[in-house]
Design a protein around this ligand. Structure first.
Ligand code: DGL
Length: 247
């Protein structure tokens, strides 16, 4: 199976990492819109327009499935993409909701959703979790984590003070949805900040679980051929991919 993976930039590589580790696909075509990242500060129309432009790129490849490895795009543009795509499209928000439901034993659990401004504004997670009976939901836009992860800062005083800025007034929830594909890079630090060990939901691992449950996909590929494309400076994206995926 050949799959397309789309993100606004490099964050979706955390989803590629999970797909590869679990051996779900023989071939991955990755496209990051690095020239226009971040999407998380943009409005709905712009996010949909950019997503549909990315779709045109993927139409050049004979893919079986397009994975939207960006929470911001998944929150706003999934319907538009599905209307126009000649292949199936799945997004990380649906996957994250399923993984959250499976991880928690009771709908009384409290859930904190972290994401970009746009993702938080969309309330995409809240809407789907409400339908499944969860009511103790809160969210926090933590968009400054995106540039610091892009900068390669995964620990240290800058991250610590940013976590203090965002989290100081929050009680520890039962689960935290890392509702941005950049955030798994600082997952350990976020987990450590909250003392009572909340469950952390990671878009990449959630997508693996989702594809297993909804498509019956499990380990099948022994090797995975990966091609990386970017709207700007593809060499920089490839360098990050080599570092994160240990290629
Ligand atoms: N990786 C994107 C997401 O999952 C966020 C980065 C951006 O703002 O473009 O929402």
């Amino acid at each position: 199976m050949r799959v397309g993976v789309f993100d606004s930039g490099i964050g979706g590589l955390t989803v590629v990492k999970s797909l590869r580790e679990h051996g779900l696909f023989e071939e991955i075509i990755y496209f990051g819109d690095t020239a226009r990242v971040p999407y998380g500060v943009k409005d709905q129309n712009t996010i949909i327009r950019y997503a549909l432009e990315a779709l045109e790129f993927f139409k050049n490849f004979d893919i079986d499935l397009l994975i939207v490895a960006c929470n911001t795009v998944s929150a706003y543009a999934l319907d538009a993409l599905r209307t126009q795509a000649p292949f199936e499209v799945v997004g990380v928000v649906e996957a994250g909701v399923l993984a959250t439901c499976n991880a928690l034993s009771s709908t009384d659990a409290s859930i904190l959703i972290l994401g970009t401004k746009a993702t938080v504004r969309s309330q995409a997670y809240e809407k789907q979790l409400h339908v499944r009976g969860f009511t103790r939901l809160s969210s926090k836009a933590t968009g400054l984590f995106v540039p610091i992860v892009e900068e390669g800062i995964f620990e240290g005083p800058v991250l610590e003070s940013l976590m203090e800025h965002y989290f100081a007034d929050l009680a520890t929830p039962d689960a935290i949805i890392l509702g941005c594909t950049h955030f798994p890079l600082i997952e350990a630090q976020i987990a450590r900040y909250f003392s009572d060990a909340p469950r952390l939901i990671h878009s990449g691992e959630a997508m693996v679980e989702y594809l297993h449950v909804t498509h019956g996909l499990s380990r099948r590929a022994r090797t995975c051929d990966m091609k990386f494309f970017a709207s700007e400076n593809p060499e920089a994206l490839k360098a990050v991919a080599a570092q994160w995926l240990r290629l």
